[in-house]
Design a protein around this ligand. Structure first.
Ligand SMILES: *Cc1c(COP(=O)(O)O)cnc(C)c1O
Length: 452
């Protein structure tokens, strides 16, 4: 019985799969932040290259991956699919558990799957610098790696609490030639405004996004890049699910359950959209597609499905999505990542339509699952990925109870080698479980702009 299921380099997908082609009706369009009218491509051209704007709205089922991008992706792709024999034995489950291992990329997570094409299209468009935000630091590292390959400068606004917790992520960005600044900063008006109100703020992804967007919009040679949420980001991640489908076919299998953790939705999109397409087009009706989020940032499980801004300052287009309100600041006791107030419009739509479903976990049970995984399969996963591990374990335990031999596939998005302080906090009993209060959600949702 195989442990690692590997594809040859030539078998890496040559096209991205665009699930928008298989939605039963089009997505609700993004709206202009001031006029609340559907945005047009020229609204975005100050901060994104045209090819990415085209991909954002495309309904073509497949989009070619440029050969120059494939060449770089070959540095670590196709990534391995593992059968978790030892975890299965430990759980005494009749289920088959497979995990896609995305931690093999140079930056250690799936985020390089989109940082490479984004840097490439910006370079092609003659852009000289990219500004972005990063929460836990994985996106900043992934973009720093990509921009150095294409000789672009890179400025990264890193959420202040993570900047303090994960100094080595910053060092990584520096090795790849990027500048990393704690956010909120005094470089931007949005940053200054937050600091005036609350000098001790831990920062939040929504604040850092405002800073990076403002930086890009006010410098003509600079564009903005986002590591999650947007349709083109989800598109770039579909190499993951397409590879999984081929790898499972090599062992004559197909998933009953597909699991991914959800921060902004990109890795979940990557592993699940090809299967969601199979489900919506009737090729495979019974796949259970599960997105997993933290109980302290319960966007899909408790948020409202409505138009909201992607950032605190209200600079981004309004997206129809599940949201906790754009001024959401995650509790700083939370160590497990996945702290964005909103979610991908497509992921939100699939959950709203019942094609996928969402669940949430508390952080201590998530770290316990990470420990079981490390002690069986060896890999110390990122806390984000541990949410998916926990869900896979629970599904496998259900199978044990019901005597079902289901095939469970989950996305193992990255390693946790820079997250040891979070593991330390878990072992010293400092990780508090925190359920984001319904009342705060109701209040925040009340502050979402009303759409005419
Ligand atoms: C960024 C990140 C996530 C969450 O982001 P998504 O866009 O929801 O995928 C999950 N796991 C790892 C390792 C990450 O770096």
């Amino acid at each position: 019985m195989k442990t690692k299921i590997l594809l040859d380099e030539e078998q890496m997908p040559k096209k991205w799969y665009n699930v928008q082609a298989d939605l039963p009706s089009p997505l609700d369009p993004p709206l202009h932040p001031q006029t609340q009218k559907p945005i047009v491509p020229s609204d975005l051209s100050a901060i994104f290259p045209m090819e990415l704007i085209r991909q954002e709205v495309s309904t073509d089922r497949y989009i070619d991956i440029p050969e120059e991008v494939q060449d770089v992706l070959h540095l670590w792709r196709p990534s391995p699919l593992y059968r978790a024999h030892r975890l299965e034995k430990f759980l005494k489950t009749p289920a088959k558990i497979y995990y896609k291992w995305e931690g093999v990329s140079p930056a250690g997570s799936h985020k390089t799957n989109t940082s490479i094409p984004q840097a490439y299209y910006n370079m092609k468009a003659g852009i000289e610098r990219i500004a972005t935000e990063t929460g836990a630091g994985q996106w900043g590292s992934a973009l720093a790696f990509a921009t150095t390959l294409y000789d672009l400068e890179c400025t990264i606004y890193m959420v202040r609490s993570s900047y303090a917790q994960k100094p080595y992520r910053k060092s990584m960005m520096n090795v790849w030639g990027a500048e990393c600044i704690p956010s909120p900063s005094t470089r931007t008006n949005s940053g200054k405004a937050v600091l005036e109100k609350d000098p001790d703020t831990p920062g939040a992804l929504g604040i850092a996004i405002s800073e990076a967007v403002e930086d890009a919009a006010t410098h003509p040679n600079t564009n903005y890049a986002l590591g999650s949420v947007l349709n083109h980001v989800c598109l770039h991640q579909t190499v993951i699910g397409q590879e999984c489908r081929e790898q499972l076919a090599m062992v004559d299998d197909y998933p009953d359950v597909v699991i991914g953790c959800v921060g902004g939705g990109s890795n979940f999109a990557g592993i699940s959209f090809p299967f969601a397409g199979d489900k919506m087009t009737g090729k495979h009706k019974d796949i259970d597609i599960i997105g997993v989020e933290p109980a302290s940032c319960p966007t899909l499980t408790k948020g409202a499905y409505t138009y909201d801004f992607g950032d605190v300052a209200g600079l981004t287009p309004l997206l129809k999505m599940f949201t906790l309100g754009h001024d959401f600041v995650p509790p700083s006791i939370h160590a497990g990542g996945l702290r964005y107030h909103g979610d991908s419009a497509i992921v939100s739509r699939l959950v709203n339509d019942g094609v996928a479903r969402a669940i949430s976990y508390h952080q201590s049970e998530v770290f316990e699952a990470a420990q079981s995984f490390a002690r069986t399969e060896g890999i110390i996963v990122a806390p984000e990925a541990a949410h998916a591990v926990k869900a896979a374990i629970d599904e496998a335990l259900k199978c044990r109870k019901n005597g079902e031999g289901k095939t469970i596939l989950f996305n193992c998005t990255g390693h946790g080698n820079f997250d040891m302080s979070a593991f330390d906090a878990y072992y010293s009993g400092k990780l508090v479980d925190y359920e984001y209060p319904d009342e705060l959600i109701r209040e925040a949702i009340g502050r979402i702009p009303k759409i005419q």
